[in-house]
Design a protein around this ligand. Structure first.
Ligand code: COA
Length: 324
């Protein structure tokens, strides 16, 4: 994983907009987040995370045969962010794919990477989640409900074909869902090709249509329903029980959502690992960042059963069961 060095505390935000450390901590659990400094790009973060993943796996960039990258805050409109990463890493002329599924983006990418490996199409895939939210947030009282929640960061994993019958590690089950009729409950309108004759006008900027709009309570309600539902679905598919899971990783949108989900499922607090208080919501980067920190802190050991669950804009929701 990689996050920018620049720490933005709740008190820093309260100097610019009408909010407070108390409000943010009480509603979301967030204490600080990392925001890029001028000149730092999503691919800077993605490259650093990818190089760490390669080093951790003892591999070279030339060993990778496909890149899958998830983001909702792309480097540019086109080409996809994965191509800019491709250009940096020194990989061979391998394919790369951008995948857009917002806060469930990493789990969506994991599922497609797994399918490509199981089909025999690829053997070793770099899966990346990276976000620079801070350059797209409205730093004003109008945007305060969304602005205080989001951070910048990147996380990466390498998925490899496992031919060893004695090694049980790998993805056991994964389930993805979407409900597109709620697409505008958490979205950004402009720039967009739907806004003809021009994707972006001065009026759109003045009206704030370039910033995310969120129906916070509606999102909260759906997240706390869908996350336990899909988590149980993966467990049932794998014929496993909640008690079998060693570590639960939930998307880091709001600590209150995760506490509510854990409480509903009667998951003991010591089996849940969160880092939202330090990073805010990093969308597609959140789960690989959790994986990296859990491993670094000794919370994730070889052989552990890990459950990863996300919910986000789209609406999207997903859960995966991994034998580490
Ligand atoms: N600082 C201070 N006050 C704020 C604020 C901020 N940053 N943002 C909103 N408020 C105010 C509102 O204006 C409102 O004031 P009012 O009562 O005078 O009208 C009050 O706080 C309550 O706002 P409300 O939106 O009802 O709060 P909430 O309890 O629903 O909490 C969220 C807001 C955003 C924390 C919560 O809805 C949430 O977490 N939703 C899910 C978000 C999410 O997960 N998004 C990403 C999905 S991937």
């Amino acid at each position: 994983m990689y996050v920018p060095e620049n720490v933005v505390t709740n008190d820093d935000l309260a100097k610019q907009i009408d909010t407070s450390d108390e409000w943010i901590v009480k509603r979301s659990g967030i204490r600080e987040r990392r925001w890029v400094v001028e000149g730092q790009t999503p691919v800077d973060l993605a490259e650093a995370a990818s190089r760490e993943a390669l080093a951790d796996a003892g591999l070279e960039a030339s060993d990778i045969d496909c890149i899958l990258l998830s983001t909702l805050s792309p480097q540019h409109d086109f080409p996809g962010t994965s191509f800019f990463l491709h250009g940096r890493l020194g990989v061979a002329e391998i394919p790369c794919i951008d995948l857009r599924a917002q806060c469930s983006g990493f789990l969506y990418a994991l599922d497609f990477a797994d399918a490509l490996i199981v089909s025999g199409r690829h053997r070793r895939i770099l899966v990346v989640g990276c976000e620079v939210h801070s350059t797209g947030l409205e730093i004003s009282d109008r945007g305060r409900d969304v602005t205080v929640l989001f951070g910048d960061g990147a996380g990466a994993v390498i998925l490899e074909a496992n031919d060893a019958p004695e090694d049980p590690s790998g993805l056991l089950e994964i389930r993805l869902h979407a409900e597109g009729r709620h697409a505008k409950r958490l979205w950004v309108d402009a720039p967009g090709s739907a806004n003809g004759p021009a994707r972006l006008t001065h009026e759109m900027i003045d009206e704030g249509r370039i910033y995310p709009i969120m129906d916070g309570r509606f999102v909260f309600k759906h997240a706390v329903t869908r996350m336990p539902e899909v988590l149980r679905e993966t467990l049932d598919a794998a014929s496993l029980k909640l008690e079998d899971v060693d570590l639960f990783l939930f998307h880091q949108a709001n600590l209150r959502i995760n506490e509510y989900v854990a409480q509903q499922l009667e998951i003991p607090a010591d089996k849940v690992f969160n880092n939202i208080e330090r990073y805010g919501n990093c969308s597609a980067a959140a789960i690989p960042m959790l994986l990296a920190e859990a491993k670094r802190e000794g919370r994730l050991k070889k052989g552990d059963l890990v459950s990863m669950t996300a919910f986000g804009s789209g609406f999207t929701w997903a859960s995966a069961l991994l034998r580490f």
